[in-house]
Design a protein around this ligand. Structure first.
Ligand SMILES: Nc1nc2c(c(=O)[nH]1)N[C@H]1C(S)=C(S)[C@@H](COP(=O)(O)O)O[C@H]1N2
Ligand SMILES: [Mo]
Length: 200
């Protein structure tokens, strides 16, 4: 009996067992999903800003950002369009490092990007080693179509929360839906609970 590629895929997915969220399939590729044109942001012009609900601000130039303590997370990622990719390897700065010592009573955050994309998260989901600003993928500078120079990486939520070309994080005392969340995607987006759309 011949085995079809489809058989192999299902076979791998069975082996993947507990690691693959419901309704997802595994891919070895890295699909590109962008809602608009890919902005060009040179490292020389790049900066990253954190702003609290009281207006306190911190910014880093590219050089300052690269001088911060770095981490190398290996994580599984899950797109709402149903592909998942295991063991992706990144380098970046933990969001905790950027918020360290800030005085805030914020409950939520809005990440915003060069090009205008936004996405919202509870602040809890950005801290505690669960999120990074990543600039390197698979040992090489993050490709522009994947969000280079730097993107947010929040692997425990659907990948639309991982804003490409990220420019800053605004800390908020109330939730403010981002781009896809305003268009009907789920406000939170937990792949393990299949929180894909707000109407589902
Ligand atoms: N700035 C920006 N970030 C974005 C998006 C986007 O359109 N613009 N798309 C999101 C979606 S829906 C997904 S699945 C991932 C895709 O990332 P990738 O293109 O690197 O696979 O980026 C997310 N971040
Ligand atoms: Mo997506």
């Amino acid at each position: 009996m011949a085995f079809s590629p489809g058989f192999h895929r299902r076979d791998r997915e069975r082996e993947a067992g507990d690691r693959l969220p419901p309704g997802q399939y595994l891919t070895e590729d890295f699909p590109v999903l962008s809602a608009g044109p890919t902005p060009r942001v040179d490292e020389a012009a790049w900066s990253f800003t954190v702003e609290t609900e009281t207006g306190e601000q911190r910014s880093w130039s590219w050089a300052e950002f690269m001088d911060l303590p770095q981490e190398r997370p290996t994580v599984d990622i899950h797109c709402v369009t149903r592909w998942s990719k295991f063991d992706t390897t990144w380098q970046g700065v933990r969001v905790d490092t950027l918020l360290d010592g800030l005085d805030t009573a914020a409950s939520h955050a809005l990440a915003y990007s060069y090009g205008g994309y936004t996405t919202n998260l509870p602040l809890q989901d950005l801290i505690g080693g669960k999120a990074w600003i990543a600039h390197t993928f698979d040992g090489a500078p993050l490709a522009r179509e994947h969000g280079g120079p730097a993107r947010l990486l929040v692997p425990h939520l659907y990948f639309w929360k991982s804003a490409k070309w990220v420019q800053g994080i605004r800390l908020l005392t109330q939730d403010q839906p981002g781009f896809w969340e305003s268009a009907g995607y789920h406000d939170y987006g937990d792949p393990w609970r299949e929180q894909r759309y707000s109407w589902a």
